[in-house]
Design a binder for this molecule. Structure first.
Ligand code: PLP
Length: 380
C-alpha cells in the first residue's frame, strides 16, 4: 500500500523495534556485532561501516521519500558527492556541472576530481541547449544540476535535462538540497541519482552534518552501496538518529518555510534598498513556470542584490540580528550570509563566482513579522 509523504516521513524504515517495541529506532552506537558462528553474522550485521540498523532506518526513509529503491547516508553532502563521482566516473571521463552551484561542490570538481583526470564543463542549468552543447559525446558520464541553484536560485527543467543526459548516454544527477523531497522529487522527472546535504532541510535543526544519495535504479544503487562501504565516509548512528528525528517534521517545516519566504520575497521585491530579488516563487523569476511544474512550492531560500552594491550587502549581513549571520541553511532558525565572502569564496575567480552585492537568506520558521522587522532595520 502506498502512503502519503508525511506518513512515509514518520514511518518508513521506522517500525517499532522487534525486541522491546521501542517506537523510535534505537541509536545502535556500536562498531561491531557478535556473530553466532564464523561467517554467520546476525541479519547481515558484521561491522558498522558496512551496516548499522540506525543508518539503515534513515536510508530506508530517504529512499521512500525520494521514490527510489536505494538510499544511502554519508558523513556529509560532499562525502556523498565524492562517493557518487568515484563510483560512476573514471579518469578520462567528463561531467557537465552547473554554472551556479554550492561552492564546495565546485571545489570538489575543480580542485579534487580534476586532478584525478575527471574533466568538467560548467553550463547554465536553466538552458537545456547550453547543457546539450557542453556534453562531450562518448565521454560525458554525468550531467549534474542543482535546482534551485545555490545561491542564485536558478531553476533547471529536470525532465528536459533528463532527456538531454540520456540522449548522450549520461546520468542526470540532481542535488535536491534546496527543495527537499517534500517540495520536489527529481526521480519522478527522470533523474538517475538524487544528492542531498541532509545537513540542511532534511535534518532541519542545524545540529548535524550529513549527506545522502538516492538512486533510481537498483543496480546503480547497489554499486553505490558497495562504494559507500569501500570508501567509508558513512553517516554515524547518532547523526543518522538526529537526521531521522528531523525528517519526521519535514513536511510541516517546509510549508512554514515557504509561507515565510513568500511573505519576505514579496516585501523585498520593489524595496528601494533592493536591486533584485531572486526567488522562484515570484512570477517575474525566469524559472517560475518550470519551478511550478516540478515543485510543490518554492522553498525557503531567497537571494537578493543590495541596491548599494557589495559594501551595502556586507552591511546588511552585519546589521541583521534575528537573522543569524552564518553559513549553512535549511534549519528552523533564519540565517543570512554574504555568499561571495562566505559559502562561495572557493568559487572566486572561476566561472561560478557570485556577484559581490548578493545576500542570501535561509528563511526560518519564526514569526514572520519579526523577520520582516529585522530585515527592515538591516537594509538601512
Ligand atoms: C546545495 C548543496 N549541496 C551540497 C552541499 C554540501 O553538503 P555538506 O556541507 O553537508 O557537505 C551544500 C552545503 O552547503 C549545499 O548547499
Amino acid at each position: 500500500m502506498s502512503h502519503g509523504f508525511e506518513t512515509l516521513a514518520i514511518h518508513a524504515g521506522q517500525d517499532p523495534e522487534a525486541r522491546t517495541g521501542a517506537v523510535i529506532p534505537p541509536i545502535y552506537q556500536t562498531s561491531t556485532y557478535a556473530q553466532d558462528a564464523v561467517g554467520a553474522p546476525r541479519e547481515g550485521y558484521e561491522y558498522s561501516r558496512s551496516g548499522n540498523p540506525t543508518r539503515d532506518a534513515l536510508q530506508e526513509c530517504l529512499a521512500a521519500l525520494e521514490g527510489g529503491p536505494v538510499g544511502l547516508a554519508f558523513a556529509s553532502g560532499l562525502a556523498a558527492e565524492d562517493a557518487l563521482l568515484r563510483t560512476v566516473c573514471k579518469p578520462g571521463d567528463h561531467v557537465v556541472i552547473p554554472d551556479d552551484a554550492y561552492g564546495g561542490t565546485y571545489r570538489l570538481f575543480a580542485k579534487v576530481a580534476e586532478r584525478w583526470g575527471l574533466a568538467y564543463t560548467p553550463a547554465k542549468v536553466s538552458d537545456p541547449d547550453a547543457v546539450r552543447a557542453a556534453i562531450r559525446p562518448g565521454t560525458t558520464r554525468i550531467v549534474w544540476v542543482e535546482t534551485p541553484t545555490n545561491p542564485l536560485l536558478g531553476i533547471a527543467d529536470i525532465a528536459a535535462l533528463a532527456a538531454v543526459a540520456h540522449d548522450a548516454g549520461a546520468l542526470l544527477v540532481v542535488d535536491n538540497t534546496f527543495a527537499s523531497p517534500y517540495l520536489q522529487q527529481p526521480i519522478a522527472f527522470g533523474a538517475d541519482v538524487v544528492v542531498h546535504s541532509t545537513t540542511k532541510y532534511v535534518g532541519g535543526h542545524s545540529d548535524v552534518v550529513g549527506g545522502a544519495l538516492v538512486a533510481a535504479d537498483r543496480a546503480l544503487g547497489e554499486e553505490l552501496r558497495y562504494h559507500q562501504n569501500a570508501m567509508g565516509a558513512v553517516n554515524g548512528p547518532f547523526d543518522a538518529w538526529l537526521t531521522l528525528r528531523g525528517i519526521k517534521t519535514l513536511g510541516v517545516r517546509m510549508d512554514r518555510h515557504c509561507d515565510n519566504a513568500e511573505r519576505i520575497a514579496a516585501y523585498l521585491d520593489g524595496h528601494a534598498k533592493v536591486a533584485q530579488v531572486l526567488y522562484p516563487g515570484l512570477p517575474s523569476h525566469p524559472g517560475h513556470e518550470v519551478a511550478a511544474k516540478q515543485m510543490r512550492r518554492f522553498g525557503g531560500m531567497i537571494s537578493f542584490r543590495a541596491a548599494g552594491g557589495e559594501e551595502h550587502a556586507v552591511e546588511i549581513c552585519n546589521r541583521a540580528r534575528l537573522f543569524v549571520l552564518a553559513e549553512s541553511l535549511g534549519g528552523v532558525e533564519s540565517l543570512i550570509e554574504h555568499p561571495g565572502r562566505m559559502t562561495h569564496a572557493s568559487a572566486a575567480g572561476s566561472p561560478l563566482e557570485v556577484p559581490g552585492d548578493l545576500v542570501r537568506l535561509s528563511v526560518g520558521i519564526e514569526t514572520v513579522d519579526d523577520l520582516l522587522a529585522d530585515l527592515e532595520q538591516a537594509l538601512g
